[in-house]
Ligand binder design. Structure first.
Ligand code: SAH
Ligand code: MG
Length: 216
């Protein structure tokens, strides 16, 4: 399939199913204005995250990698009034921008942004006896992915899910690849506590993957 056709399908799905409201449009505009990398999920992928979350009737969601809060807004919209999303971000500027975007979306009572390296924050959360999550979305630095899997599995309830973004990217087709993504995909596939698959997802440029794992 050529790039033009892929883009056509992406636009078709987006237009039909993933219309943004002002808060989401403004969130993306703000990320661009602030000179942050444009690496948030696409509107269509945001809708996928939202619908997967909705199926879980989640009370608690964990996100690794906030950027400007774009995916956090989609996910948090699947939460009930008393639900909570904790999102972890390394960069203080990204966290500041995300808090403004989350506030504009009317979600600041449900969403908490914690600043620091995600692995450290997760270890601290475990030490503090953080209650289990229904869903975790991993989308921070790719080198950290294998460690994030080990840290997230015990933090998700039985029957809960772990989603990992960008899992069909980089040189994973190289059998000798030891990239973070390659190691994450192998570890998820072989993990005794998980049942997993990669969903191909349409992006503006080509396809990428969303790895879905259910904890047994
Ligand atoms: N989930 C976002 C995009 C996240 S981009 C969305 O789709 O809207 C990846 C983010 O991870 C960046 O903001 C980057 O600063 C952050 N990040 C990089 N290394 C990190 C680390 N060690 N811990 C936490 N966040 C990290
Ligand atoms: Mg991503």
């Amino acid at each position: 399939m050529n790039e033009e056709t892929l883009l056509g399908y992406t636009n078709y799905v987006t237009k039909l199913f993933a219309d943004e409201d002002d808060a989401l449009t403004e969130c993306r505009a703000e990320i661009a204005r602030e000179g942050m990398p444009i690496i948030h999920v696409s509107p269509a992928q945001g809708k996928i995250l939202y619908l997967i979350a909705r199926m879980m009737s989640p009370k608690r969601i964990l996100e690794l990698g906030t950027l400007g809060g774009y995916s956090a807004i989609w996910l948090a919209r699947a939460l009930p009034e008393d639900g909570k999303l904790i999102t972890l971000e390394l960069d203080q500027h990204h966290a500041d921008v995300s808090r403004r975007n989350i506030d504009r979306a009317g979600l600041s009572s449900k969403v908490e942004v914690r600043v620091g390296p995600a692995a450290d924050t997760l270890k601290q959360m475990q030490a503090d006896g953080e209650p289990a999550f229904d869903l975790a979305f991993i989308d921070a630095d790719k080198d950290g992915y294998p460690a994030y899997l080990d840290l997230c599995v015990p933090m998700v309830r039985a029957g809960g899910i772990i989603l990992a973004d960008n899992t069909l990217s980089g040189n994973i087709l190289d059998e000798n690849s030891d990239s973070g993504i390659a190691r994450y995909n192998k570890a998820a596939a072989a993990h005794p506590a998980l049942e997993s698959i990669i969903f191909p997802v349409l992006r503006e440029r080509g396809i990428d993957g969303l790895l879905l794992s259910i904890k047994k």
